[in-house]
Design a binder for this molecule. Structure first.
Ligand SMILES: [Zn+2]
Length: 371
């Protein structure tokens, strides 16, 4: 008999929905994979880095970007969180203003120049010293972390024994957690065993999100044939890291690790002089997560394993952010499906990760999405 089970609709607690006319398609791709809500990243152009439209700064406000998302179809979501992009202009007063207006639930730390549209980021130490993290701790605002040390030269940036994420979690994050013991922190799109160890060791105020690609692939998959559709930041790492990530999500006691796809659409992935960072998993993420669980030997035909999967995909995230898991459901079935490119109005397409890896076949499919 075909394995199939009912799940609550899930929350994607890290996704890029960008700006402009393509947004409607990106939102629709989330809805088609039974996503009940999102945390939509603020590295838009311009960045979403102030609270109200009237505030005198050259950025989009949470107010404006939320409205753009709602207009693009995000009004179908049960939850829509837009974190504030932390820049040189972020002040403790803005945190207070955001918290009191009800618009601010989270802030996003980007290492300067660390990834797509992260040029406005400032070093972590800035916010430790200027009162911003202290204000966030006071008001219960979640800190979403892109955890990589910035400004490293090649050999320190990525090597078998050392990399930008490992240094960041072993050095900077330890200091941060000691200095602000009540600050709610999400280690986003974790890729290393060191990041997993950091989250496990931390209190209940520290959690982590993991993408499908980091649960499925290692750097070997990226470099063999230079599969640039798997190029995302932080980079996929080594086997020991993959195992630590899989162990974290398939642990029957997992309360700290949850889904955040980091799905990042690019209509042009390869450019003249490089490659845009980000894997697009709109439409296919729960299916890929299910595949990763099974690759780790977690048979999703067994009810106890379905429960573990549900916690990772559907309930741990809402519990951490403090909202209710969805009461609506969808069916995940082990029947084959095929991933397809996403078409934009102007004829451009976005390639989902499985298509980019030339294996568009999906082992799992989604049906019966309750609207
Ligand atoms: Zn991201």
């Amino acid at each position: 008999m075909t394995v199939q089970f009912l799940l609550p609709k899930w929350f994607d607690l890290h996704v890029h929905l960008r700006q402009g006319s393509n947004m409607v398609h990106y939102v629709q791709a989330q809805i088609e994979m039974a996503c009940a809500g999102v945390l939509a990243m603020p590295n838009t152009l311009p960045p979403t880095a102030k609270i109200l439209q009237q505030d005198d700064l050259p950025y989009w406000s949470l107010e404006e970007y939320r409205q753009m998302l709602l207009d693009a179809g995000a009004d179908a979501f049960e939850q829509l969180i837009v974190p504030l992009y932390l820049t040189k202009d972020t002040t403790p007063n803005m945190i207070e203003q955001g918290a009191q207006s009800g618009l601010l639930q989270a802030c996003k730390y980007y290492p300067p120049h660390g990834t797509t549209n992260s040029d406005h980021g400032r070093p972590l130490a800035n916010f430790m010293e200027n009162g911003v993290f202290q204000a966030m701790e006071e008001y219960g605002i979640v800190l979403c972390i892109h955890g990589e040390k910035h400004g490293l030269k090649g050999p320190d940036y990525f090597d078998s024994e050392i990399n930008a994420e490992r240094s960041f979690y072993e050095e900077d994050m330890v200091k941060l957690a000691v200095r602000f013991p009540k600050l709610k922190i999400v280690a986003e799109h974790m890729t290393t065993k060191e990041a997993v160890a950091f989250v496990k060791k931390g209190g209940n105020n520290i959690a982590g999100s993991i993408t499908p690609q980091h649960l499925l692939y290692t750097v070997g998959n990226l470099v063999q044939g230079l599969r640039y559709h798997l190029y995302c930041l932080p980079l996929v790492k080594f086997n020991a890291d993959l195992e630590a990530l899989r162990q974290a999500v398939t642990d029957p006691k997992n309360t700290k690790f949850f889904a955040g796809t980091d799905s990042a659409p690019h209509t042009k992935k390869a450019t003249e002089c490089g490659c845009a960072a980000g894997c697009f998993t709109g439409g296919v993420a729960p299916q890929l997560y299910a595949e990763a669980f099974e690759e780790d030997g977690c048979d999703l035909g067994a009810p106890e394993n379905q429960e573990i999967f549900k916690r990772f995909l559907c309930t741990n995230g809402p519990n951490f952010y403090g909202f209710k898991p969805s009461e609506k459901t969808f069916m995940l079935s082990k029947t084959p499906d095929v991933a397809k490119p996403l078409k934009m109005d102007n004829g451009e397409t976005v390639t989902p990760l499985p298509v980019g890896l030339e294996r568009p076949e999906l082992a799992w499919s989604i049906t019966d999405i309750q609207s």
